[in-house]
Design a protein. Structure first.
Length: 304
């Protein structure tokens, strides 16, 4: 048996056929089963059919032409924003501004966008659309709650990458879509939200007729010592809400620390409602009823 020709170390994990040929790799070597073929004209040492979208971006990178970049939900994913929940599957989006051409190949959603000044960012060596523009682009793809969750993420942190004014300005400049879905989403955006499921819980409570809870409620004791930051809360009723989607057995120490923190919160007289992942399954009615009951215990007016 003829020994397999080793690949040169100068080739990255994913590379184009043209790159390999220029490096002296025989064409026959590129047809072996040891190399994946994630896209036409691309070979990879380790991608596989179950590769996630980020890995596919790196696999597609050798095919990018000058002026092409990752956009839409692909860009938001690379910026770290949450995606719509399963069974929704985000696609690989690649765009170019006119007069340049978008890609047309299997497995890629190509877009030829209106010509405008570049605002691309470099993330891990990949050309990625600015998050403000990418969020607006998702208006043609996502439901309103998913747009709110992504915007909540972009507005949160010690140095948020965007502002509400920037998001709204992009919509005003480039136009809204789908009966004003972006403007409606912006009306529901709040800073201080740490997960997409917290956003979903907040919107569920409001849509069920409950008062909208405050996000990131900070609690202090009588001496002014910080005790905890609750995900959501109703300070006027003394009701706090924590969403916990973890599998506790995976992190016993953190769970123990949180249990002590919950005791400290309750010692302040706060009725703490813990919402777990299964409470949000389906229509989320279990989560809504837990919060409704706590508000009733606090003496809130009848809530329908």
């Amino acid at each position: 048996m003829t020994p397999r020709t080793p690949l040169t170390s100068s080739l990255p994990t994913s590379f184009s056929v043209a790159q390999a040929t220029a490096a002296g790799v025989p064409r026959g070597r590129l047809r072996t089963r040891t190399l994946d073929r994630p896209f036409h004209g691309v070979r990879s040492r380790r991608i596989g059919e179950s590769a996630g979208l980020v890995a596919l971006c790196h696999a597609y990178a050798p095919r990018l032409r000058d002026g092409q970049f990752f956009s839409h939900e692909t860009a938001l994913l690379l910026h770290g924003a949450p995606m719509p929940e399963w069974p929704y599957m985000p696609a690989l989006h690649v765009s170019a501004h006119r007069p340049l051409r978008e890609p047309r190949t299997r497995g890629v959603a190509g877009h030829r966008l209106q010509g405008r000044g570049s605002a691309m960012q470099n993330l891990a060596g990949l050309p990625v659309e600015d998050p403000v523009r990418a969020w607006r682009q998702c208006g043609s793809l996502w439901q309103v709650g998913d747009l709110v969750a992504a915007a909540d993420f972009l507005l949160t942190g010690s140095r948020p990458p965007v502002t509400v004014a920037e998001l709204r300005g992009e919509v005003e400049r480039m136009g809204d879509v789908r009966n004003g879905i972006l403007s409606r989403a912006l009306d529901d955006v709040r800073a201080g939200v740490r997960s997409a499921r917290e956003t979903r819980l907040r919107l569920l409570l409001r849509d069920a007729g409950l008062p909208e809870p405050q996000t990131a409620w900070n609690l202090y004791d009588e001496r002014g010592t910080f005790i905890a930051e609750l995900d959501l809360g109703y300070p006027e009723f003394g009701v706090g809400i924590e969403y916990d989607g973890r599998v506790h057995a995976q992190d016993a120490r953190q769970f123990a620390r949180d249990a002590d923190r919950w005791d400290a919160v309750r010692a302040l007289g706060v009725d703490l409602v813990r919402i777990l992942s299964h409470h949000l399954d389906g229509d989320g009615v279990a989560a809504v009823e837990k919060v409704r009951a706590a508000l009733a215990r606090a003496g809130a007016r009848p809530l329908h």
